[in-house]
Design a protein around this ligand. Structure first.
Ligand code: NZQ
Ligand code: ZN
Length: 390
């Protein structure tokens, strides 16, 4: 296991009925002028917007709104947010939504203090070490873990780039995790979010660092929690415990708990970000399509032990021969995504092979998968994996 620092100071307020008594106290620590950031309107339909605005009005907050944050949030929206913060001398940002809304809020928070254009902060690929406005989140979709980590992913559709950035000041100060706020998440997004959580776990689990039993056994438990609870949430969207387990897995899958102490980069996220950058598809769906094909592609004599462990501990496969076990585990992963209603080929989400070569080139250029992925992937490998998804 490698050396690591685990410092995740987000104050998690988990559970129902907390906003009425806690939200304004939390915000008042930072000031009265609040930028509320949200997406395309789901919070207006389910009543969360009215509830938040009512609380802020009663507390005499000055409220400014950045609305319409896109899934795969755009740099233009970030720029709009930075201008609103400067014009209104904002004290604190309240992000109400899924990962896209929270990610947008994070880069707005950093952009407020930066003299550079926000896209320059991202494209520099160095991380962000400067100050940021304080961020409070109300999570409405279990998926990215953005509610409890330092990362953000922003798209620039003009240049077909979708890139990540992160820094200590971008970690949310407080996150409200109320599972009832995810009752209205549609089946497609519930499945996509669950696939994203699983992918965050897979990406760190399939890793070359030795001696990481804690991270791996915690991961296996979280994977099992998602595999058990996603179908329940799909069948019964208002099942509180199913939604609660998905929500808490989302945060724990990407707050460093299962990733720290390991080195090397992720593979499927690098390949998926290009699909989203070129075709603007739903992140978790792209991951679900790619993951079993990537697993198949990287299964070999060196990796088989880990895949057999995965098959045994996560899917309960009792097969003595490691290669047979590994293959059954990969098939179980595919079957699970399919059973959740995820379209499992790229053409089903509107992606044909004409841009595979270009996307493969970008996937390798935007990451270090060629050098330090679980199994290093050159452009030709990425292209072959895209082809396997046809
Ligand atoms: O925009 P609204 O109207 O709110 O609707 C959203 C959106 O259409 C809807 N939704 C969210 N909560 C809802 C709801 N609909 C009904 N009821 C609710 N309670 O769901 C749709 C998707 O929302 P989005 O925020 O885009 O989804 P998600 O949380 O999956 O975020 C995806 C983005 O996060 C990035 C992805 O690349 C993608 O851009 N990621 C961020 C990471 C991070 N910050 O650490 C890591 C991830 O790997 C990922 O890359
Ligand atoms: Zn992800």
């Amino acid at each position: 296991m490698d050396n690591f620092r685990f410092y995740v100071p987000t104050d998690i307020r988990f559970g129902k009925d907390r906003l009425a008594t806690e939200l304004t106290d939390v915000l008042d620590v930072y000031g009265k002028k609040v930028l509320i950031v949200y997406g395309g309107g789901s919070i207006k339909k389910n009543g969360l917007y009215d509830q938040v605005i009512d609380l802020l009005e009663k507390n005499q907050n000055k409220v400014v709104e950045l609305s319409g944050v896109e899934p795969n949030p755009r740099i233009e929206t970030v720029r709009r947010g930075v201008s609103l913060c400067r014009e209104n001398d904002i004290d604190v940002i309240l992000a109400v939504g899924g990962g896209s809304t929270i990610d947008c809020a994070k880069v707005v928070a950093a952009g407020f203090y930066s003299e550079e254009d926000p896209w320059d902060i991202i494209v520099a690929r160095k991380g962000y070490q400067g100050e940021a406005l304080p961020i409070v989140t109300i999570l409405t979709l279990a998926a990215t873990g953005s509610e409890m980590n330092a990362g953000a992913v922003i798209s620039n559709l003009e240049s077909n780039q979708k890139l990540g950035v992160g820094g200590p000041s971008m970690i949310p100060k407080v996150s409200f995790l109320d599972p009832t706020n995810t009752f209205t998440v549609p089946a497609y997004q519930t499945a996509a979010g669950s696939a994203d959580i699983l992918s965050h776990l897979f990406e760190s689990y399939f890793n070359i660092t030795e001696g990481t039993d804690v991270q791996d056994f915690v991961s296996e438990g979280l994977m099992r929690a998602v595999i058990k609870n996603c179908p329940i949430a799909l069948e019964t969207p208002e099942d509180y415990d199913a939604r609660a387990n998905l929500m808490w897995s989302s945060s724990l899958a990407l707050n460093g708990l299962t990733r720290n102490g390991k080195h090397g980069v992720w593979s499927c996220h690098a390949m998926e970000h290009e699909l989203s950058a070129f075709y603007d598809i739903t992140h978790g769906i792209g991951l679900a399509i790619l993951t079993p094909r990537w697993m198949d592609y990287v299964l070999n004599e060196k990796t088989v032990t880990k895949f057999a462990q995965f098959a045994h501990n996560v899917w309960g496969i009792n097969e003595k021969d490691p290669m047979h076990a590994a293959k059954k585990g990969i098939q179980a992963t595919y079957d699970f995504f399919k059973s959740c209603g995820i379209p499992m080929t790229l053409p089903e989400v509107g992606i044909e092979k004409d841009k595979f070569a270009e996307m493969a080139k970008q996937a390798v250029a935007h990451s270090t998968i060629k050098i330090d992925a679980f199994v290093p992937l050159a452009e030709s490998d990425v292209e072959a994996i895209y082809h396997a998804c046809l």
